[in-house]
Design a protein around this ligand. Structure first.
Ligand code: NAD
Length: 493
C-alpha cells in the first residue's frame, strides 16, 4: 500500500503522533493508501515553516519576474506529470479518469496565468488634495495563507487558491480533504522538485477538527480560503472572525438550469445532462433544478429519461463509464436519505435511484442518474444540495415565473439559461441571483473568470484578475515633499 506523509519544509515527514489512516478507492472499496493523521503539532510545524519562508524573503523577496519564473517552472513540472496526478486523484475520489485528466491538463494554465501577474501588481499614486504631498498605494502579501479543500476536485480547487496566493508573494499551508489527500501531497512534491523554496507550499493531512481547526486558529495564519460544505465553512468563518483575518468561502449550490421554449433542445438537454450527471453530480455548480417552459417540458423530460436510463455505471478508469461511484459512504448515505425524503414528500421518481451495491463486491456506492417530477418548492429535494446525480424538473409559464423559481433558493452559486434569443438570455442573466450564469453552455470555468457565490454559496471570488487581490492587502504611504516646517500642534497661532 502507498504511504503518504505530510509535506513540510520541502520534505515528506511522518506524523508527529505516529498515527496513519486509510484512504479508500471508492470503486473497489479497499484501502489503497495510508495517509499521515495530522494534529496541531504537525500544523504548527507547517505554519512555522511557511512563516520562516515568508520572513526569510526567499519568496516574496524575489524580484517579481524571478518569482514568475519559479511558478512557470512549477507549471511545466505539473504538465509533465499531469497523467500521474490524474491517476492518483481518480483512485482517491473515484471520479471518471477522463474528467480528472481534463482538469489536470488545465492546472498548468492556471499557474501560468497567475505567474503572469507577479510583475503586474502595480500600486497607485492618487492625485492628493494636499499640496506638496505624495501618496503611494502599494499592494502587499499577507504572509502565511491557509487553503482547505474538499474531495470532489482536490487539485483544481487547491490550485485556484495556491496559484494567486504564491504569485502575490504569500506562502501556503494546504489541508486537503481526509478522503483525498494523495494528489495534493504529490503536487507539493512536484512544486518542491521544480524549485519552489522549502516552506513556500506545505501540506498537512488529516481530519477537520484535528488539522483544519488548528490551522485556521493558528496565530501565524493571516488569511484563509475554504471550499467545502456549509457547516465546515461556518466554523472556518467564525474562526477567521475571532482572529479578524480575511477568509473566502466557496460553499454549496442548488443551481437552476432554465430551458426556454425557443432553445436548441439538443444542446439544452446535453447541457442539463452535463450539468447534473457529469462527475456523478458531485460538483458545487451542479445544475440540480431543471426549469423547463411548459410547452417543451414533456419533450425535454422524455429525452432526459432516455439518456439517464442508458447511462453506464462502472469503473471510473474505464473510458466507456458514464457514472462513477459516489466518492464516500457518508456522501452516498446523504443522497440516499434525500431521495427517500423526496419520495415520502410526494415527488415522483421518473428515472434512477440508489443502486443496491456493496463496495468491493459490485464496485462502489452508486446512484443512478435520478430524475424527480411533481416537486414543489417546499420539498427538501428542491431546497437542499444533494451533491449527487439527482435532478428535479419544474415547468414554468413565462420569463418572470422562470426567474422567480430560479431565485427561490438560499444558494446563489450558478445558473444556466438556454435560448436562441440572446437578448432574452442576457436580460434573464441580469436577474439571476448567482455568481456565475451560463447562456447556452454549462459548467464552463476559466482562469480568467471570477468564480464564487451569491447568498449562502459563499464569500469572495477565485480566478480572474480580481483573485490576486484576495491575497494582497493595501498599504498607503504619505510623503511630505515640502521644506516648510511641520506645524507644532502645541503652539497656538
Ligand atoms: P466538508 O465541508 O465536509 O470538507 C471540506 C474541507 O473542510 C475538508 O478538508 C475538511 O476536512 C475540512 N473541514 C471540515 N470541518 C472543518 C473545520 N471545522 N475546520 C476546518 N476545516 C474543516 O466538504 P466536503 O464534503 O469535502 O465537500 C462537499 C461540499 O463542498 C459540498 O457542500 C459542495 O457544494 C462544496 N463545494 C463547493 C465548491 C465551490 O467552489 N463553491 C466546490 C466544491 C465543493
Amino acid at each position: 500500500m502507498n504511504k503518504y506523509g505530510h509535506f513540510i519544509h520541502g520534505n515528506t515527514v511522518e506524523p508527529s503522533g505516529g498515527e496513519w489512516f486509510d484512504s479508500l478507492d471508492p470503486y473497489s472499496g479497499k484501502a489503497w493508501a495510508s495517509i499521515a493523521r495530522g494534529n496541531s503539532k504537525d500544523v504548527d510545524a507547517a505554519v512555522r515553516s511557511a512563516h520562516e519562508a515568508y520572513y526569510s524573503l526567499q519568496w516574496r523577496g524575489l524580484t517579481p519576474s524571478k518569482r514568475a519564473a519559479k511558478l512557470r517552472a512549477f507549471a511545466d513540472a505539473v504538465a509533465a506529470r499531469s497523467e500521474e496526478l490524474a491517476q492518483v486523484e481518480s483512485r482517491d475520489n473515484g471520479k471518471l479518469l477522463t474528467e480528472i485528466r481534463l482538469q489536470c491538463n488545465l492546472l498548468p494554465e492556471w499557474i501560468h496565468y497567475f505567474a503572469g501577474m507577479c510583475d503586474k501588481i502595480e500600486g497607485r499614486i492618487p492625485p492628493l488634495e494636499k499640496p506638496l504631498q505624495l501618496g503611494l498605494v502599494r499592494y502587499e502579501p499577507y504572509g502565511v495563507c491557509a487553503g482547505i479543500t474538499p474531495w470532489n476536485s482536490p487539485l483544481l480547487l487547491l490550485v485556484w487558491k495556491l496559484a494567486p496566493a504564491l504569485a502575490a508573494g504569500n506562502t501556503f499551508v494546504a489541508k486537503p480533504s481526509e478522503y483525498t489527500s494523495a494528489s495534493s501531497l504529490l503536487l507539493a512534491e512536484i512544486a518542491s522538485e521544480s524549485g519552489l523554496p522549502p516552506g513556500v507550499f506545505n501540506v498537512v493531512t488529516g481530519f477537520g477538527p484535528d488539522v483544519g481547526e488548528p490551522l485556521v486558529n493558528h496565530p501565524l495564519v493571516r488569511r484563509i480560503a475554504f471550499t467545502g460544505g456549509e457547516p465546515g465553512g461556518l466554523r472556518v468563518a467564525l474562526a477567521a472572525a475571532q482572529k479578524l483575518i480575511p477568509c473566502t468561502l466557496e460553499l454549496g449550490g442548488k443551481s437552476a438550469n432554465i430551458i426556454f421554449a425557443d432553445a436548441d433542445l439538443d444542446a439544452a438537454v446535453n447541457g442539463i445532462v452535463s450539468g447534473i450527471f457529469a462527475a456523478s453530480g458531485q460538483t458545487c455548480m451542479a445544475g440540480s433544478r431543471a426549469l423547463v417552459h411548459e410547452s417543451v417540458y414533456d419533450e425535454v423530460l422524455v429525452r432526459l429519461v432516455k439518456i439517464a436510463n442508458a447511462a453506464k455505471l462502472g469503473d471510473p478508469r474505464e473510458p466507456d463509464t458514464n457514472i462513477a461511484p459516489i466518492a464516500t459512504e457518508p456522501q452516498f448515505r446523504k443522497i440516499e436519505e434525500l431521495i427517500a425524503s423526496a419520495l415520502s414528500e410526494g415527488a415522483v421518481l421518473i428515472a434512477g435511484g440508489v443502486e443496491p451495491s456493496e463496495p468491493g463486491a459490485t464496485g462502489g456506492f452508486f446512484v443512478r442518474p435520478t430524475i424527480f417530477t411533481n416537486v414543489c418548492k417546499d420539498m427538501r429535494i428542491v431546497r437542499e444540495e444533494a451533491f449527487g446525480p439527482v435532478l428535479v424538473m419544474m415547468p414554468f409559464k413565462d420569463e418572470g415565473h422562470a426567474i422567480e423559481l430560479a431565485n427561490e433558493t438560499e444558494y446563489g452559486l450558478a445558473a444556466g439559461i438556454w435560448t436562441k434569443d440572446i437578448a432574452k438570455g442576457i436580460r434573464v442573466s441580469e436577474s439571476m441571483e448567482a455568481g456565475t450564469v451560463w447562456i447556452n453552455t454549462y459548467r464552463s470555468t476559466s482562469y480568467l473568470m471570477p468564480f464564487g457565490g451569491f447568498k449562502r454559496s459563499g464569500i469572495g471570488r477565485e480566478n480572474g484578475a480580481e483573485a490576486i487581490k484576495e491575497y494582497l492587502q493595501q498599504k498607503s504611504i504619505h510623503i511630505n515633499m515640502s521644506d516648510a516646517l511641520i506645524v507644532n500642534p502645541f503652539i497656538r497661532r
